[in-house]
Design a protein around this ligand. Structure first.
Ligand code: ADP
Length: 464
């Protein structure tokens, strides 16, 4: 597939506005060509043995890790996260490639005892076909890697549209995939500004069997509606509004560490970020005091600079949302214990912030803030905490801290989420199933469950 037009779009560094690159602005026509290429390549790719596909994916993993530093530099430059986090993201994305390279060889079917004496029943697993992927800017490498890897391992081919804010990480991954021996047509990266048009083409085109999307619930609903016409299979990893509960019996230091990790990684711009921190009354004041001290000490700056923990927000719209949530909370009686304003560095930098005195009426209780703001609610009882935590249309991640074994089971079972962190604020790994319930999505990524999203079941009834 070749770019036919002459349109380009600019990619800039959110830390300083500098122009990084001009990228081919592909559109619906190129998307259609890419789908044709993926469709033409799919049967041949699926006909290879799992072992062959595994070898290519393994080489891709090795190349990603050999280029970890460069990929991390590209990532920090176009997205703004601290360089150490960018390095971590490259390793995290590569881990999915390694994992699914291994799984490529283990797509097992089943045999079922026949329902009649002369019948034999066999279950085959086959690739769904061409997959369309749409990914966001907050993890421009890993969100894509964890879709491409299981798709290619299963024998699917892919057309991927990365976020228009971060196409460079995606293109770099594509170059390395090509070098590792992924055949032409199997993986197609199609950057462009026309998100809605390109998304519609993926949904409407009958050659695409499945859409896998990570992004907002709003866009997830659009894709679901659009995909209805051709009954697209769907994997959706959508918004979250993660509760983070600290019970009186928690290890206070560990809970503060966990809150820092779950809240301030990527400047609060992750879908599993702690968005609502509920602290039981007996430990509440000490928790707020310690959290405030830790947050006040966070170094804000360009992700390229040494020791920076919090980079810029992705754009002005993100900054405006943080300010809106903050002023809404303050109007309704919240107290700012640290931060609360734009950073003196200007641009889209915002001071890491802690709020206390939160109430359920505030916007932050319902919407994902996607910024460096840690809001703290006070609660009295376990039942109250569970009810508050579940009072959300989202159900991605949830976290809680307790040392009471019975409570750990009770609360873990009661939380309406797809992933629970118990006494930890970091839960993402390629070996576990990542995904949500309620309006946080459909399907799972990672682990041995993850490849199932890219496989169809075919049952064969054999008369002997
Ligand atoms: P976020 O808030 O994380 O940016 P979005 O859902 O807006 O989440 O964006 C996620 C991805 O979806 C991005 O690549 C974006 O360009 C793309 N996108 C936005 N609108 C549409 C649409 N109508 N159809 C398809 N993709 C879209």
């Amino acid at each position: 597939m070749r770019f036919k037009g002459d349109r380009l779009f600019k990619v800039t560094n959110p830390a300083n506005g500098a122009l990084l690159a001009e990228v081919a602005d592909m559109g619906v026509a190129e998307m259609r060509d890419a789908i044709d290429a993926a469709h033409a390549a799919q049967k041949g790719w699926a006909a290879r043995t799992g072992k062959e596909r595994a070898a290519i994916l393994r080489r891709w993993h090795d190349l990603i890790m050999a280029n970890q530093e460069d990929l991390a530099r590209i990532l920090t430059a176009e997205m703004g996260k601290p360089f150490s986090e960018a390095r971590g993201e490259i390793a995290y994305g590569a881990a999915y490639v390694e994992w699914f390279a291994e799984e490529a060889k283990r797509v097992y079917g089943d045999t079922i005892p026949g329902h009649m004496p002369d019948k034999r029943i066999v279950v085959l697993k086959q690739p769904v076909g061409v997959v369309g992927a749409i990914t966001p800017w907050n993890f421009p490498n890993a969100m894509l890697a964890r879709k491409i890897a299981p798709a290619l391992a299963a024998g699917c081919t892919m057309v991927a549209r990365p976020s228009e804010f971060t196409p460079l990480s995606a293109l770099a991954l594509g170059v390395l995939a090509e070098r590792s021996g992924v055949p032409a047509g199997v993986l197609n990266i199609v950057p462009g500004l026309d998100a809605a048009g390109m998304g519609s083409e993926l949904c409407d085109n009958p050659k695409v069997a499945k859409i896998t999307f990570t992004g907002s619930t709003r866009v997830g609903k659009i894709l679901m509606r659009q995909g209805a016409e051709t009954i697209k299979k769907l994997s959706l990893e959508l918004g979250g509004n993660a509760p983070f509960i600290v019970f009186d019996d928690a290890d206070l230091g560990a809970a503060v560490d966990g809150a820092m990790a779950a809240k301030f990684r990527n400047a609060g711009q992750t879908c599993v970020c702690a968005n609502r921190i509920y602290v039981q009354t007996g430990i509440h004041d000490a928790f707020v005091e310690r959290l405030t001290a830790r947050v006040a000490a966070l170094k804000v700056g360009d992700g390229e600079s040494e020791g920076v923990a919090v980079g810029p927000l992705i754009n002005q719209a993100a900054l405006a949302k943080v300010e809106d949530h903050l002023s809404d909370a303050c109007t309704h009686g919240a107290t700012v214990t640290t931060g609360g304003e734009r950073h003196t560095m200007g641009g889209t930098f915002f001071q890491p912030t802690v709020l206390s005195g939160m109430t359920p009426a505030m916007k932050i209780a319902r919407e994902e803030t996607f910024g460096p703001v840690a809001p703290v609610w006070r609660f009295e009882t376990e039942d109250e905490a569970i009810a508050l935590a579940n009072a959300s249309e989202f159900g991605l991640a949830g976290y809680f801290y307790s040392r009471d074994l019975s409570r750990v089971w009770r609360v873990a079972e009661a939380l309406e989420v797809g992933m629970v962190g118990v006494n930890t604020g970091l839960i993402s790994t390629e070996v576990a199933p990542f995904g949500g319930v309620k309006q946080s999505g459909l399907g799972r990524e990672g682990s041995h469950y993850g490849i199932e999203d890219y496989l169809e079941i075919k049952y064969m009834c054999l008369s002997i």
